[in-house]
Ligand binder design. Structure first.
Ligand code: DX5
Ligand code: ZN
Length: 227
């Protein structure tokens, strides 16, 4: 398995396709196909129409997806006041719940603790313009750090290069602490740029359009893992 970490603990590359690009009317089949094609996790984009303009789905969809796969469900909450929601998502079967720094403000650490208390792994998400220093104090508490490489809200956008130094900085911090924490990257990942995000230190690769628009999903997932 490819290793994205130079020092510290090894971090396995995991491919987390985003069902935002799936046919919502055939979600069960889409998730089963992703599992059969070698996905490591299922990334579920929850949008509330306030934190981002669009609305996708809530906890009932996570519960429905849960019935179609044994893979870990990685729930990315693009919602305001996520503290009011995390319990529903944990009960629905989410294994990872990530919340935005920009949505939590001063309450971030409490929200992360709440996620853990609900029995899920927790993560913090930073938008492309949010510097890592805004989350330094909660990195220890997080099981995962999610760095957005597009502005949240839409699939199929172009990868933003200037987030790569932030990925490198995060990996340096985790290396210095001797911990191989997962760094997830989300938005605009393709077979062309995936090597660069891994070299920067990301090891959980979210991908919507690249996987769903592919003619050979299994091959694309394998390529994203090994390229
Ligand atoms: C954007 C979402 C992403 C998105 C990724 O707000 O968080 O997960 O679905 O899709 P692609 O890979 O198409 O950019
Ligand atoms: Zn996402």
């Amino acid at each position: 398995m490819t290793d994205s970490v130079k020092g510290g603990k090894m971090n396995e590359i995991k491919i987390a396709p985003s069902v935002l690009s799936a046919d919502f009317a055939a979600m069960g089949a889409a998730v089963e196909k992703l599992e059969k094609c070698g996905a490591d996790m299922i990334h579920c984009d929850v949008m509330d129409g306030t934190f981002v303009p669009k609305i996708t789905f809530g906890g009932d969809m996570i519960a429905a997806i849960r019935r179609h796969t044994a893979l870990p469900l990685d729930v990315h909450l693009m919602v305001v006041n996520p503290q009011n929601q995390v319990r529903f998502f944990a009960e629905a079967g989410a294994n990872f719940i990530t919340v935005h720094r920009e949505a939590c403000g001063e309450n971030l650490k409490n929200v992360l603790r709440l996620i853990k208390n609900c029995g899920a792994h927790c993560g913090v998400v930073v938008n492309p313009d949010t510097p890592l220093r805004e989350v330094y104090d909660c990195l220890e508490l997080c099981d995962m750090l999610l760095i957005m490489s597009v502005y949240p809200g839409l699939g199929g956008q172009k990868f933003i290069d200037y987030v790569l130094p932030k990925v490198e900085e995060a990996r340096r911090i985790f290396d210095a602490q001797g911990i191989g924490k997962d760094i997830e990257i989300d938005g605009g990942i393709t077979e062309e740029n995936v090597r660069r995000v891994k070299d920067a230190g990301a090891n959980v690769i979210v991908t919507g359009n690249t996987v769903f628009k592919s003619d050979d999903m299994a091959k694309t997932i394998a390529n994203l893992r090994t390229l």
